[in-house]
Every structure is written in structure tokens, then in C-alpha cells.
Write a protein that binds this ligand. Structure first.
Ligand code: FAD
Length: 422
């Protein structure tokens, strides 16, 4: 039997196992998927848990057994991948060695609070994070009991998973404290290493003005050096200081150790990957899907989905002796919750930044890009069902509803100047 081995059974890995099952001749192929965890987390739910909003209150609202979205004819191994011996096409895991003909890396990334001086200490006292399940749940009593003072959200460094999630957090904090009747006693600040609220000019303008409208203070260009939990202060490398009452931290995001140990990484645990074919640039017979890669687009579930569809096609081409196609265009789409049952929607790729327009049908929508609407919010709420039932199982419709490559149709491209600025 020939062997396809997938490391990581999160969004990208689980989807790819479903897609490949239907593309490979299973009389000749065996698909094995390895994960160190026994749980699959719907990570977009981490955003809502701290506020107990929109039906997200407990672990059971976002977690399923890891086996659930994986087809029964795919072999599942619970183990941690420790070393990829790509010369001999073998992977050493905590439960033994696995051989492969083709390997897909889908191990995502995690937070590393220890990378910022003082942050790990602060996390146990007057700071927290919603970038993992434990952190999101631990924030519940902290926010419930926060009645006055300074709530500061800071992003340590880029890249991070879902770069809009921190923006959503401060928008929801504003909404949550208004519902509790304590907003007037609380200052909310958004401290970021970026020059504005987001990375792309048109969206940055829209999101920065929404922050101003909601009286959220934006502190840009803040490269964090240390956190002083005792004095509740953040200090930047320039010597700038920000005081906090309670700190919500997005620590540096790093890929798994095994990537660096195996000589496949960029220094941060992200596998060095061709931006268009999604093949490892360091070794043959390896593809990379989702957050685990270093391709210069957002780390998002939607991206893992578009990439998995392209990798599935490229794997089949290569197995049949053909060249992979450079089809991935960096396509990302995400909803941005803004509180009060409203959200924005953005859709972009490597070349085209998010602009206004209608989605998915030009002029018709019904969803509006970069507009704050109830419909976009209902889209975000529906995404959880879509994730478990259509996305992970490989049943999402393609063009025009969910095109794999970004469509220019319906987008106001006139908003982008030749220099990419408005
Ligand atoms: C707060 C938050 C909000 C988000 N909101 C959105 C959103 O609204 N929309 C959106 O599209 N995306 C969102 N995302 C991002 C999205 O969840 C991720 O981009 C997506 O899950 C990436 O999929 P993946 O397969 O690359 O990694 P993951 O889904 O994280 O899966 C990685 C898997 O690899 C396993 N693993 C790791 N190391 C090893 C190892 N050494 N051996 C074996 N197994 C290993 C892990 O246990 C895990 O199961 C959000 C993320 C966060 C944190």
C-alpha cells in the first residue's frame, strides 16, 4: 500500500483527509492522520467564550472528539510528531515511526507567552488570553468582575492566527460593558505593533474609524519589550509605556517544534512553503496546509480550506507524474464581529486588499463587504454549523458561493490607488 500521512487533525488536516479519501484509489492507498490531541476545537468560538455571548458559554459549545470529522476509513493515530526524517520519508512520533510516500504538515501554531519578558508571570495574575480554550474560559470571571479601570488588549508580534480576532475582542468588550452598564467607567485600549488597526489601508481606515466611534484608544507601532505585572505596565522597545488594570494578551504565535528540529522551518516553527503551489521549499514529497505554513496571507480557517482544496489537486497531479499548479492566490475571507449583533465581512488575496462591494454576487450581495451589518453577523453565527457539517467534511460549495480563488466580481477596485493606498 502507498501511504499518505497527515500530521495534525485540525481544520486543514481533517478537511484534507476527507478530500483525499474521495480522490485516491483506496485499494492502493492508505491515509493516516496523526494528532497529539483527542479534541477538535472550533477556534473562532474562543472569541465569544470570555463574554458568554451568542450561545458560547462552555467548552462543550466548541469542542468535539478529534475523530468526529475524520472518515472512518482513515486511520487515526494519537501521538505527537517529534521528528520528520524527510530523506528517508519517515516520521518519528511518541508512539512509533510512520513511513510515507506523501506527507502533509497541518500542525497549526500555538501561543508562546514565555517569549515576552514578564508576560507568563502576568498571565497568572492580572492578564489573560483568549487564544486558547483554557485562556478563553479563564477570562469569564475576570471580565464579569471588571467594573472600572483600564482594559488593555495588546498584540505582541505578527504573524498571529486570525489577525482580526483582537479587533473583534475590543469591539465585543465595548458591547459587553455597555450591556453591563459599566462602559462609562472603563477605558479600552488596543495596543498593536502595526501602524493601524489592520494591515491593509482601506480596511484599516474603516476599522480605525469604528474604534474611534466606540471610544477605543488605538496605540499603534508598539513593539513590546516587557510586561511588569506588579506595576501593571507594558514597556516597548522605544521606552513607551502603557498602564493597564487588566491585560488581554495575544502572545507571539509559533509553529510546532518538530518543524524546526526537522530543518523545515523559518526559525519560528512555520514550514517554509511555496506561496502558490503550497509545497515545502525545504524537502520533496511534502505539502503544508493552514497555520503551519509561512505563506504571507492570514492564518485563518478559510485559508486552510482554500489551501486544502488546492493541495488535494496538486497531490493527485504529482501522484500521476505531473507538475503541481501554482493556484493558491492567498485568498482569505473573514467576518469581523463588531458587537450589537453586527459584523463586517472582508475578502482579499495576495494582490487585492479588502475593499467595499457585494458578496458573493455583484450588485446583489446579499452580503456587503467592509460594511457593518446584521446579515454579516448572522453569516458569522452560521459559520459554526457550516464548519462542522460542510467545511471539515469537504462539502462546501465552490464558485460562486465560496470560490477557492478570490473573485474580483462585485468589488470596488477603484478604492485601491496604484500604490495600494487610498
Ligand atoms: C481566537 C481565534 C479566533 C479565530 N477566528 C476565526 C474566524 O472567525 N474565522 C476563521 O476562518 N479562522 C479563525 N481562526 C483561525 C482558525 O481557527 C485557524 O486558522 C485554523 O484552525 C487553522 O487550521 P490548521 O489546520 O492550520 O490548524 P489547527 O486547526 O490549529 O490544527 C492543528 C492540529 O495539529 C495538532 N498538532 C500540533 N502539533 C502537533 C504535533 N507535533 N504532533 C501531532 N499533532 C500536532 C494540534 O493538536 C491540532 O489539532 C481563529 C483563531 C483564533 C485563535
Amino acid at each position: 500500500m502507498k501511504k499518505l500521512l497527515i500530521l495534525g487533525a485540525g481544520t486543514g488536516g481533517a478537511l484534507l483527509s476527507n478530500l483525499m479519501l474521495h480522490k485516491l484509489d483506496m485499494k492502493e492507498w492508505e491515509i493516516t492522520i496523526v494528532d497529539k490531541s483527542m479534541e477538535h476545537h472550533y477556534q473562532p468560538g474562543y472569541l465569544f467564550l470570555p463574554f458568554k455571548l451568542y450561545g458560547y458559554e462552555a467548552k462543550s459549545d466548541i469542542v468535539k472528539p478529534i475523530r468526529d470529522p475524520i472518515p472512518s476509513s482513515v486511520k487515526f493515530v494519537q501521538a505527537t510528531a517529534n521528528l520528520i526524517d524527510h530523506k528517508n520519508k519517515k516520521v518519528e512520533t511518541t508512539t512509533g515511526t510512520l513511513e510515507y510516500d506523501w506527507l502533509v504538515l497541518a500542525m497549526g501554531c500555538t501561543i508562546a507567552p514565555g517569549e515576552v519578558d514578564g508576560l507568563a508571570d502576568a498571565m497568572g495574575t492580572n492578564a489573560g488570553t483568549f487564544y486558547n480554550l483554557e485562556g478563553a474560559l479563564a477570562l469569564q470571571p475576570k471580565l464579569e468582575n471588571f467594573k472600572e479601570g483600564k482594559l488593555v488588549l495588546h498584540i505582541a508580534d505578527m504573524p498571529i492566527k486570525c489577525p482580526v480576532a483582537p479587533i473583534e475582542f475590543v469591539f465585543l468588550a465595548d458591547y459587553f460593558f455597555q450591556l453591563k452598564g459599566v462602559r462609562k467607567n472603563i477605558d479600552i485600549s488596543y495596543v498593536t505593533p502595526l501602524t493601524g488597526a489592520f494591515t491593509k489601508p482601506v480596511a484599516t481606515k474603516v476599522l480605525s474609524s469604528m474604534m474611534a466611534e466606540k471610544q477605543i484608544k488605538l496605540v499603534p507601532n508598539f513593539n513590546i519589550k516587557s510586561v511588569d505585572a506588579e506595576h501593571r505596565t507594558l514597556t516597548s522597545f522605544n521606552g513607551e509605556k502603557v498602564d493597564y488594570g487588566f491585560l488581554v494578551s495575544i502572545p507571539p504565535n509559533v509553529g510546532p517544534e518538530v518543524i524546526e528540529k526537522s530543518g523545515l522551518g523559518d526559525g519560528l516553527g512555520f514550514a517554509v512553503t511555496d506561496s502558490h503551489t503550497l509545497k515545502s521549499k525545504k524537502a520533496d514529497f511534502i505539502y503544508v496546509v493552514g497555520d503551519n505554513s509561512n505563506v504571507p496571507t492570514s492564518k485563518a480557517g478559510s485559508v486552510a480550506h482554500f489551501e486544502a482544496e488546492i493541495i488535494a489537486e496538486n497531490l493527485i497531479r504529482e501522484i500521476n507524474g505531473k507538475e503541481p499548479h501554482p493556484d493558491f492566490d492567498g485568498h482569505t475571507n473573514c467576518f469581523i464581529e463588531s458587537g450589537f449583533h453586527k459584523a463586517f465581512l472582508i475578502d482579499f488575496n495576495y494582490e487585492v486588499e479588502p475593499v467595499h462591494g457585494s458578496y458573493p454576487w455583484p450588485g446583489v450581495g446579499p452580503m456587503q463587504l467592509l460594511e457593518n451589518s446584521h446579515l454579516n453577523h448572522y453569516g458569522k453565527m452560521a459559520f459554526k454549523w457550516v464548519y462542522w457539517n460542510l467545511l471539515l467534511t469537504g462539502h462546501l460549495p465552490g464558485d460562486p458561493l465560496v470560490p477557492i480563488q478570490m473573485s474580483l466580481k462585485g468589488k470596488k477596485l477603484s478604492e485601491i490607488t496604484p500604490h495600494g493606498h487610498r
